[in-house]
Design a protein. Structure first.
Length: 466
């Protein structure tokens, strides 16, 4: 029979779950790994390389079982299920001496909530009542990471009911429909429909946590085809994006415990986001080239004063600051964003030495986009241009002599990319705008100081007796 060390050396470099058993075939420990071979081999290093608890565990290992999974996400869920099934000795000895963490879903409520709960250590099973219980998980950070991932696939609410007002996450597309909005509605068919939709979202989350993602994907695909057959392509596209996100977390080697949700840094733009954006826009721009270079134009001013604009460039998903440009608006009509956009576009394309973008993003709605397209048309320049309307974060496109609104889900990676480029352009324009204001203020301050000095000097001379 192979020794544990020999089994460890024969394991694959793949994600999965490993189970340690003693001579009596009792489960001692369950763990998950991004790389099974590398992780399990770490347990059998020299004694001074591991802690006392690990040495005690290793001394009792007689058998090792492994279960390969498609991704780390699947491994994490399977680990929690196996810990729940076996309740291994070395998993329940928490470092902080706290009881294990679980996810509870209150399916007995009309609008179910997703909660974190702890179970007393001396209980052999987590009392659920009418709640669905998932876990245990090794840390609160792990649970939050998992739920953040799932929220990008299936939006749900994590906030308290707010007197009929939608929660913050509604505006990010991460809570839709919001229970606060549903409860505000009078009894009607609309309220019933939204309640059913919200419960369906929660049921999907429960199924994914139960390892039934295949069933969720099948349900989503059926819904997508039904919507498409009824020509509701906007909603069909939203469902498709959810399908893509769910497939991604089940196929990519990804560690949820290391997940940091921070969309404010352009350095985190992924190839997938760029590809998603191209796919979303291709129906309007059939000949669109790969998006190697994306530019965004934004204007900033204090009603009529210190008008400035910026041009930022994304090269293969990375901000190319050497290509960033600032424009001090020369036009006398600095109260109009439309006029300023036209000026910036003309000045930008006057530089023949600057490479043309594969996509140009204008910070603004129909008016700003129309201004940019008009300026480019007069210059004989034709390339994909879109606007991003601030109010509803909608992408505006010009297609077949009409201005159309492309409403991507708030969780869409394509929308996130456009927002990121817009925000970077806005930041850059605003920094220049502030610099102009500061320069003007200091100029006035210097002038005033010189005037005051001269006045005092003259006054002192007048007071002299000679």
């Amino acid at each position: 029979m192979e020794t544990p060390q020999e089994i460890a050396r024969s394991l694959p470099h793949a994600p999965g779950v490993y189970i340690y058993k003693n001579l009596d075939n009792v489960v001692l420990y369950v763990g998950k790994a991004k790389d099974l071979k590398r992780r399990v081999m770490q347990y059998f290093h020299r004694d001074d390389a591991v802690g006392a608890k690990t040495r005690l565990l290793v001394s009792q290992i007689a058998h090792i079982e492994t279960i390969r999974t498609q991704s780390e996400f699947d491994a994490l869920l399977l680990e929690a299920k196996r810990i729940h099934d076996f309740y291994p000795k070395y998993n329940v000895v928490a470092k902080d001496d706290k009881s294990p963490l679980y996810v509870a879903i209150t399916m007995d409520e009309e609008l179910p909530r997703i909660l974190f709960v702890r179970k007393p250590k001396n209980e052999s099973a987590c009392p659920s009542g009418k709640r669905l219980i998932f876990g245990p998980f090794q840390s609160g950070r792990t649970i939050r990471s998992i739920l953040r991932l799932l929220r990008r696939v299936v939006p749900y609410c994590s906030q308290k009911i707010r007197n009929g007002k939608p929660c913050f996450y509604t505006h990010l597309g991460l809570c839709d429909p919001c229970p606060s909005v549903i409860l505000r509605l009078p009894d009607s068919e609309e309220k019933k429909t939204l309640t059913r939709l919200y419960r369906k979202h929660i049921r999907h989350i429960a199924d994914i946590l139960s390892g039934k993602s295949t069933a969720v994907l099948a349900d989503m695909e059926k819904e997508m085809h039904t919507l498409a057959n009824h020509n509701d392509f906007e909603k069909a596209n939203t469902v498709k994006m959810s399908i893509d996100r769910l497939n991604e977390i089940h196929t990519h080697h990804y560690d949820p415990s290391l997940y940091i949700e921070n969309d404010s840094f352009l350095a985190h733009v992924t190839e997938q986001q760029i590809d998603d954006l191209r796919k979303a826009l291709q129906p309007f721009f059939p000949d669109m080239a790969p998006l190697h270079r994306i530019e965004c134009v934004d204007v900033s001013n204090t009603p009529g004063q210190f008008a400035a604009a910026s041009l930022v460039v994304l090269s293969d998903g990375r901000p190319d600051t050497s290509l960033y440009r600032r424009f001090h608006i020369r036009s006398s009509d600095t109260s109009s964003d439309v006029a300023m956009i036209e000026e910036v576009i003309r000045r930008r394309f006057a530089h023949k030495e600057w490479s043309y973008p594969d996509l140009l993003v204008i910070d603004g709605g129909k008016g700003q986009l129309q201004s940019a397209l008009g300026a480019m048309h007069s210059l004989g320049i034709h390339l994909p241009v879109v606007g991003l309307a601030k109010r509803d974060e909608e992408i505006i496109v010009f297609d077949n002599n009409r201005y159309l609104v492309l409403r991507l889900p708030r969780t869409s990676p394509a929308l996130h990319l456009v927002q990121l480029v817009r925000d970077e352009s806005h930041r850059f324009a605003l920094s220049y705008h502030k610099k102009l204001r500061a320069k003007a203020f200091l100029g006035r301050l210097t002038t005033t100081t010189q005037f005051d000095t001269i006045t005092k000097h003259e006054a002192s001379h007048k007071s002299l007796p000679f």
